[in-house]
Design a protein around this ligand. Sequence first.
Ligand code: NAD
Length: 459
Amino acid sequence: MKLAIIGTGYIGLVGAAVFADWGNEVIGIDIDLKKIERIKSGDMPIYEPGLSELVLNNISAKRLDFTTSLPKGIKDAEVVFICVGTPQGDDGSANLNYVWSVAKEIGENLDEYKVIVVKSTVPVGTNERVKEIIKENLKNNVRFDVVSNPEFLREGSSIEDMQNTDRTVVGYDSERALKVMRKLYSSIESPLVECDLRSAELIKYASNAFLATKISFINEIAQLCEKAGANVQTVAKGMGLDKRIGNHFLNAGLGYGGSCFPKDVAALYKTSTDMAYDFKLLRSVMEVNHRQRINYVKKIEYSFGKNLSGKTVACLGLAFKNNTDDIRESVAIKTIRIIRGLGAKIKVYDPQAVENAKNDLGLSNVEYTKNAYDCVKNADALCILTEWEEFKLLDYKKVKSLMKGSKIFDGRNLLKQDEVEKLGFEYFAIGKISNGLDILDEERPVYAILRNGRRQKNK
Ligand SMILES: NC(=O)c1ccc[n+]([C@@H]2O[C@H](COP(=O)([O-])OP(=O)(O)OC[C@H]3O[C@@H](n4cnc5c(N)ncnc54)[C@H](O)[C@@H]3O)[C@@H](O)[C@H]2O)c1
């Protein structure tokens, strides 16, 4: 089939490459000339495992091309995907300006029947409005249909996710469009959820909000574990083996971040408020998420006698998750900002996200290093902020010898507590009792575990 993909960001570029790999003829369209030139020259504007090879293979097989011209790009396409960004607006709602502008341009350039597919994450009612805008801007009396086809892939494993998706959601209001979508996804074995436009739009938000809720829930349990002298990883394992609960998204940490969860949870909350529904649970999910990183920083602060001024804190991780260079709404960066604000000198390292982070964090009181060992050199404390496999595999004996201090604050529960404690580190994780007792404070655990394993009530 002939496809056009408007917006070649994280979703559009991966989508274009995967659809082409399935044998379709795909053209990716973006207003960003530099981005299009980079992609065409084989230099991917984003880091995503396997993406470069997939794009280059399909360009050489003449199934994939890119342009900055929307009229040229959509001309021969049977299906046109809208994959532009829908960032968070000031009031929490999704900013739909990019979607509206693309809909207008599609309307102005439509000259034969096409299926217009909205893949961007958009609030309830958006697909209907896209249809109206296209109609208002048509120059010819041509037919078209609008389909909602939200995307569920995760950055860092997006190619694999798209090829082996759990389900594909197709919201439609025309049998003709549904037939086209069924043909497009005919090679996919997982279920096709065929439904009305509004339900499709809500499936996406409800899914992300539910996953964010799971994360905030286990983070609340983690706080309780620290007070009660329990281990959140053990609790999560015991919970996750129950098939009704499942073991995914039960990793306690610094809270959710990234370009999707924070904005989608906020947008769903705004949608419900606009519809005069007080979605109390979502409000708590957002509050808990915010509190999680504050609690983490408090732990660091208390361990240094509530004074971080002049301390050097090595931070491993800048990306919002592993295997990506994306720093949008990265909790690692938000956490670094707080620690820096408390007077600490920051050293950072990330395998992929350093360049993006420089634009965001700037250079004030931050030293960007070339590898993890340079990062930890002479540091008073080490913070693990992103769950890169590389950080798990470091030689911690060497890390210990390079550091000035011996505290590790593992914000992702990445390391094995016994192993690092044996090396002489004071290890502070999330939802586990650490071997350091110096963090005891009126706000800290009710119980603390003494090094001999006995529990002591905090006075
Ligand atoms: N990133 C994810 O993991 C993910 C997952 C699921 C869904 N989504 C959703 O997919 C959508 C896109 O997200 P993303 O992360 O790919 O965004 P992105 O910012 O990486 O990419 C958007 C692209 O659209 C381009 N663009 C903007 N206006 C344009 C126009 N008028 N014509 C052509 N191109 C235009 C931009 O230049 C940019 O390259 C969002 O709604 C997002 O919520 C993202």
